[in-house]
Design a protein around this ligand. Structure first.
Ligand code: SAH
Length: 453
C-alpha cells in the first residue's frame, strides 16, 4: 500500500513540471476572473438567425403532424438533430460559447484524470493493452490533457499499447477535437457512413477513432471517461397528479402559434408506464432512459473485459425534481424559447445510474468534485506549479482556476464524481457496506479515498 501511495505521489510530481509545455500554466484557457465577467454579461444579440429559427419551424411541423412531443424527443431534436441540432454546427464551449467546463478552466483537471487512469491501470496489474474511451469529448481538451500525462509517463506505462476512442455525434466538435489531438483533418481517414467515421493518429502517436455510438467501440480493457456528457442526454419528465403519474409533453401555444408550451398528457404514456417507480415520494421526476442504456453497456463491458468508468457531472442521488434548464451566453435561458440556440441540460440522477448497473459492477460515489480532486492531490500539484512559475499573472490565473473548480460555492460541490469498477477490484463487507480489498495487491481507488500525497 505504502509503495502504491509513493508511486502515485511520484506520478503527480513528474507531470507537474511540464505544465509550461502549453505556454504558461493556464493561459490557453479562460481564467476564472474572465469567466466570472462573462457570466454576468448579457448575450450580445438575442436575435435568432434564419438557421436557428429552422429548428422552431421543424418542431412546430412535427407537433402539428403527430401531436405533442415528449421532453426527451424535444431535447434529442434540439441538441443533436444532424441538420440543425445545437451541438452539430458550432463550437458551443468556452468564453465565446454558452458554457464552460472544468477541463476548459484548468488543465490540472484533465491531468489528474490521466493519473487516475494510470493508477487504476496499475491496480489492474498493468495490462499490456488498453483503450481510452471518452463520451462527449467537447473540444477534446480533457483527452488532450490525459494523453499528455500518458506521454510524459511513458516510462511508467512501459510498452503498453494504448488506443483512443471518441464517441461524438457532432461533426463540428469532431473537427475541433481532431484539430487539437491530431495533425489535422487532412491527415485522417474519413468514412462518413461507417461506424468509425474518422480515424488516424494522435500527436502523441496513438491510434485514434471517432464513433457516433458507444456500441461501435471495440470491446477490451478500457477506461471510459464522461465529463458533462450524461446531463445532455434526453430526459422524460413526469408529474404526480390526482389521477396518477402523467408525462409532461411539449405542445404549440394556442394563443401564439410561434411559441411552445408544456402540457400534461391526459392519460398514461408508454414512458410513464415503463419508467416510473410507483413508490417515488417526489411529485415530479426526471428520468433519462438513454443514460440507463449507456450505463448498462458500460457495466457489461467493464465486468467482461475489465477497466473502469469515471463519470463527472452535476447531479443528485434521486432527490431532486425539476432540474431541466437552458444555457446561452453563460446565462440561464428559457428552455422552450428559441430552441437550438441554447444548451439544454438536466441534473444527472446518480441513484438511477447505480440502479441501471444491475449489480454487474460496483459503483463508487457520487462524491463532490472538491473532495475527489483533493484526494487526487490537487493541492500538492498547485503548490508545485506556483513554485515553478515566477510570473505573478500566472500565479493569479492558477489560483483563480483552482478556486473555480474547487470552491464549494462555484463548481466544487455541485459537480460530482462517480465510478464503475469490476467486482474483483472491491469487496463487500459482511455488513453490506463497500470496502476496499485488503492486502498488498489491492490499493485504494484514487480520488475516492484520501491518499495523503
Ligand atoms: N466533455 C466536454 C464537453 C461537454 S458538452 C467537456 O466537459 O468540456 C457535451 C458533449 O457531448 C459534446 O461534445 C456533444 O457534442 C456531445 N454529445 C451530446 N449528445 C451526445 C450523444 N448522444 N452521443 C455522443 N455525444 C454526444
Amino acid at each position: 500500500m505504502m509503495s502504491f501511495l509513493l508511486g502515485l505521489k511520484c506520478l503527480c510530481s513528474r507531470i507537474s513540471h511540464d505544465f509550461s509545455r502549453k505556454g504558461s500554466a493556464v493561459c490557453g484557457r479562460v481564467c476564472a476572473d474572465q469567466w466570472m465577467r462573462l457570466c454576468s454579461r448579457t448575450p450580445e444579440s438575442t436575435k435568432e438567425s434564419d438557421h436557428d429559427s429552422l429548428m422552431l419551424k421543424h418542431l412546430i411541423s412535427k407537433i402539428k403532424s403527430t401531436g405533442p412531443i415528449s421532453v426527451a424527443e424535444y431535447m434529442r431534436e434540439v441538441l443533436t438533430n444532424p441538420f440543425t441540432g445545437y451541438y452539430c454546427h458550432r463550437d458551443v464551449l468556452g468564453a465565446q460559447g454558452d458554457f464552460i467546463t472544468s477541463p476548459e478552466i484548468s488543465q490540472i483537471f484533465g491531468e489528474l484524470l490521466g493519473v487516475w487512469c494510470i493508477s487504476e491501470w496499475m491496480a489492474a496489474g498493468k495490462p499490456k493493452t488498453f483503450q481510452l474511451v471518452e463520451l462527449g469529448p467537447g473540444r477534446g481538451t480533457l483527452a488532450s490533457d490525459v494523453l499528455r500525462v500518458f506521454s510524459q509517463l511513458r516510462s511508467v506505462l512501459r510498452e503498453s499499447e494504448i488506443s483512443v476512442h471518441l464517441v461524438e455525434v457532432s461533426p463540428k466538435l469532431g473537427e475541433v477535437q481532431a484539430e487539437l489531438l491530431t495533425e489535422g483533418e487532412q491527415h485522417l481517414l474519413h468514412d462518413p457512413s461507417g461506424a468509425i467515421y474518422k480515424s488516424g493518429t494522435t500527436k502523441t502517436k496513438l491510434p485514434i477513432s471517432w464513433y457516433k455510438d458507444l456500441e461501435d467501440v471495440p470491446k477490451g480493457f478500457s477506461f471510459y471517461l464522461a465529463h458533462e456528457f450524461f446531463d445532455v442526454l434526453p430526459i422524460h419528465k413526469f408529474q404526480k397528479t390526482k389521477q396518477g403519474w402523467r408525462e409532461m409533453l411539449i405542445d404549440i401555444e394556442p394563443k401564439s402559434p410561434e411559441k411552445l408550451r408544456f402540457v400534461l398528457a391526459p392519460s398514461a404514456t408508454l414512458a410513464s408506464k415503463a419508467l416510473i417507480q410507483r413508490d417515488d415520494e417526489r411529485d415530479h421526476v426526471e428520468i433519462c432512459p438513454e443514460a440507463g442504456v449507456i450505463i448498462q453497456s458500460l457495466a457489461s463491458r467493464i465486468s467482461e473485459d475489465g477497466g473502469a468508468a469515471l463519470i463527472a457531472d452535476y447531479g443528485h442521488n434521486g432527490t431532486k425534481t425539476d432540474t431541466f434548464r437552458g444555457f446561452r451566453g453563460h446565462q440561464l435561458h428559457e428552455v422552450l424559447t428559441a430552441p437550438g440556440t441554447a444548451d439544454l441540460t438536466a441534473d444527472v440522477d446518480f441513484s438511477y445510474l447505480r440502479q441501471m448497473t444491475e449489480g454487474k459492477v460496483v459503483s463508487l460515489g457520487p462524491i463532490a468534485q472538491q473532495q475527489f480532486l483533493k484526494n487526487m492531490g490537487i493541492d500538492v500539484r498547485l503548490q508545485v506549479l506556483l513554485r515553478n512559475a515566477s510570473d505573478p499573472a500566472i500565479h493569479k490565473d492558477l489560483i483563480g482556476a483552482y478556486d473555480m473548480i474547487m470552491n464549494p460555492e462555484k463548481m466544487g460541490k455541485r459537480f460530482k464524481f462517480f465510478a464503475l469498477l469490476p467486482h474483483n477490484r472491491l469487496i463487500i463487507s459482511r455488513h453490506g457496506t463497500r470496502t476496499e480489498k485488503c492486502g498488498p495487491t489491492a490499493p485504494p481507488v484514487a480520488g475516492f479515498s484520501e491518499l495523503q500525497l
